[in-house]
Ligand binder design. Structure first.
Ligand SMILES: [Zn+2]
Length: 344
């Protein structure tokens, strides 16, 4: 009590005195802290958080505590971002992979530097517009070229130079390497194989030598990689697969398809009857030189097996795999589920 009186005469500490912890219910100042579960709405979605909160010793009412309550809110933001939004760590990783400073990256995506800092720290959540921009960049970093074009007049001479050096001369192969550069370690998720850009191209090439729907192509990639792993303990492409609504698909598949398109491996044909569906077909003679005979054999076996399956039928078929049932939505799929695949 005495201490508070002394402090109250000193300017900078006034706030502390004003914020003195006190129960609003019974005015008691004796409190305690305990773990407490509560639900916070973040962007309209209820998020359950367990955190340390302060309570009144007398009436057990929840007592306002600026520090603890802020920590709780940050925790709720973090849970929200992991579940529904963008992991702040991924934003930092993307920016660093592109070799850009916070001030330049924020200019490119069109927000204030302060805003980007708060996204990266996780103290605020990107609004819908920036969620779309950031997700687009995370899926395909080469789309940064469009943003640069769109914001061109906002950069000064030295910024233009930096952009040109860091990004201007990048080819689609550079972007491919950039997006997959963190997949260097050999794990159960890439089938203990380093991602191989040429094999990815060749697999997509072989699978789309007759017109094939996107859904079917992605499933046949999954079966090819997983069956090869079942037989040899290694995947063909080194790609990671994730569980999406319609079945297991290669992670960042839209980037992969776009990449093959920009490298002239395949052509798109828009499917007018189905939303978000399109067909792929090989567009040039590609000499298959990187895939081994054993790898080609598996790919052709998968192709033959599903020859008469429609996109829906192959999606249904894949939904019966443990590789699809066991992982959670959007989670990476361990290649060890390959041993449960029953495909003759
Ligand atoms: Zn109280």
């Amino acid at each position: 009590m005495k201490m508070v009186m002394i402090l109250s005469t000193v300017g900078p500490f006034m706030k502390m005195v004003n914020n003195m912890i006190k129960c609003t219910n019974c005015n008691n100042t004796e409190t305690y802290v305990k773990l407490y579960k509560c639900t916070y709405p973040v962007k309209g979605i209820p998020i359950e958080v367990e955190s340390n909160r302060r309570f009144c010793k007398k009436c057990n009412n929840l007592v306002f505590d600026e520090v603890l309550d802020n920590e709780t809110l940050l925790k709720a933001f973090k849970i929200y971002s992991q579940k529904y939004g963008i992991d702040p760590g991924k934003i930092i990783e993307l920016r660093k992979n592109l070799g850009l400073s916070q001030s330049l990256f924020s200019k490119i995506i069109g927000c204030a530097r302060k805003t980007l800092v708060s996204y990266e720290k996780g103290t605020s959540i990107p609004n819908d517009n920036f969620q779309i921009i950031l997700k687009m960049l995370l899926n395909d970093p080469s789309t940064i070229n469009n943003l640069i074009l769109a914001n061109e007049e906002n950069f000064n001479e030295s910024e233009r130079k930096i952009i040109k050096n860091k990004i201007g001369n990048s080819s689609s192969i550079d972007f491919f390497n950039l997006i997959f550069k963190n997949n260097d370690s050999l794990t159960e998720f890439n089938g203990y194989t380093k991602v191989n850009i040429e094999k990815v191209e060749e697999m997509i090439y072989v699978l789309s030598d007759t017109e094939i729907s996107k859904t079917k192509l992605l499933k046949e990639m999954f079966y090819s990689d997983f069956l090869f792993y079942r037989d040899t303990g290694k995947s063909i492409t080194g790609l990671e697969y994730i569980k999406l609504q319609h079945g297991p698909v290669p992670d960042k598949f839209s980037f992969l398809i776009d990449f093959c398109y920009s490298e002239n491996v395949i052509d798109y044909k828009v499917n007018l009857y189905k939303d978000r569906e399109y067909n792929a077909i090989t567009s040039k003679e590609l000499k298959v030189t990187k895939l081994s005979n054993e790898e080609l054999e598996i790919i052709n076996k998968v192709k033959k097996y599903f020859k008469n399956y429609t996109a829906e039928e192959i999606a249904d078929y894949s939904h019966k795999e443990k590789a699809y049932i066991n992982p959670k939505y959007k989670e990476r799929i361990s290649y060890d589920y390959a041993f449960d695949i029953d495909l003759k």
